[in-house]
Design a protein around this ligand. Structure first.
Ligand SMILES: [Zn+2]
Ligand SMILES: [Zn+2]
Length: 135
């Protein structure tokens, strides 16, 4: 299974959704949201006063799909979904690209020792050059 195929695995999709939900459907760097709030007018009447209430928020699925879940580090032998929640972060495509352009992602051995750095790769589903580390 290639890494790209692994990112289509239901286990990764579920983990990805979970992380995006934990991050409250926002990019953690620029706070760009995955949803548009739509307020449906609804009143509660208190005495002579009419109070408007927001009825619900609406998730924009297109925006949600655009959000990326980035690995802050990689671990040899681990599947993309086999990471602790705090090793993963929700980023919008722009911030994700920037992150990979400006930071080297550490790669640890299964025992936790630092093996190497991954400069730019497509391990998080970002389309950049091919990974320089075989895992
Ligand atoms: Zn962002
Ligand atoms: Zn990434």
């Amino acid at each position: 299974m290639t890494y790209k195929e692994k990112l289509e695995d239901p286990l990764w999709i579920a983990k990805r959704h979970w992380i995006i939900k934990l991050d409250n459907f926002h990019c953690r760097h620029c706070n760009s949201p995955a949803f548009t709030e739509i307020f449906r007018a609804k009143y509660i009447v208190r005495g002579t006063e009419k109070i408007l209430l927001p009825e619900y928020s609406y998730l924009n699925f297109e925006e949600f799909l655009k959000l990326n879940v980035h690995h802050k580090h990689y671990r040899q032998g681990s599947e993309p979904w086999e990471y602790e929640d705090d090793a993963l972060i929700t980023l919008c495509p722009e911030c994700h690209k920037k992150e990979h352009e400006t930071k080297k992602i550490p790669v640890y051995s299964s025992r936790g020792g630092l093996l190497d750095y991954c400069e730019i790769c497509e391990r998080c589903g970002v389309s950049v050059t091919s990974p320089n580390i075989a895992m």
